[in-house]
Design a protein around this ligand. Sequence first.
Ligand code: SAH
Length: 315
Amino acid sequence: MTKQELVRLLALEDFTPVYEEADRIRRETVGDEVHIRAIIEFSNICARQCRYCGINCTNPNIKYYQMTREEILATAREAIDAGYRTIVLQSGENPSLDREWMGSIVREINGMGATVTLSIGELSDEDFRYYRQQGADRYLLKHETADPDIYAELHPCGTLESRLHSLMAIHDLGYETGSGFMIGLPGQTLETIAEDLLLLKKLNCRMAGIGPFIPHPETPLANEKQGDPELTKRAVALARILIPDANLPVTTALGLVDGRENAFACGANVVMKKVTPDEYKEAYEIYPAMLDKTDIRKDRKLLEEQIRALGRIPV
Ligand code: SAH
């Protein structure tokens, strides 16, 4: 598909045939299984100033935390006992993160029988290599927007070029590469979204998280409009067609079931569930969200039931 064709499809009056095609491809490539991943947001310490993000370091109201090694491992253990087999470790981007500390946590969780996905920001090529050697299999680093000008505007302390360099390094080191982007960023057009989609393919992504931008009141983008859920689902469907066997999560920002509609019907096959302990969860507010109390085992059971009710197989 060309950029022009993607733009034309994104703007369709009736998108139903594209959803149906995406759903058919999803069934043929990745099947009816929905993968449930556990995400531990182990620290909100971040040196970046991403203008959309609630934990950007210019927000004076953040209560900073970093979970201890013991807390992270106990949370991972509980998640694995509840049935999870992939643990996503996510945090802000902390240049002072102790890499031996982090590496040993990756090894321990691997030893418990789970795959580890890291999502801890842009690192040096050397650090990417180190964590790969310690056993991390996947790395999530969304490119956020493929438009260099919008990227520069939203990231006073980074460039699209350096983000893409990291994504290529991740791929070359043998990680399963996860990228993604937001829908509804100020200045974004359908052309930008088409570029975002084509970039996923160019980066050889095996995973792509596409979610709506949600304004956070303590950021410079507080008064901007929220991203459109329908446009978000259209982008997920087109991602399914462009990278047919990728893992495509329904992002937490989109929600699982909106009204009576099945959020997986757009071609998605993954969902991530927060297992971050309650005492820290609130402080990891990248965008405002309603947070329920965490009960890892119960939450997973409920999610499995919801997925089965949609005619899909939770794994
Ligand atoms: N520090 C890591 C993890 C970032 S948080 C990194 O740099 O990769 C995970 C994702 O949350 C981001 O990649 C971004 O796409 C999303 N995000 C941040 N703020 C958001 C907001 N206000 N609305 C929607 N998504 C947001």
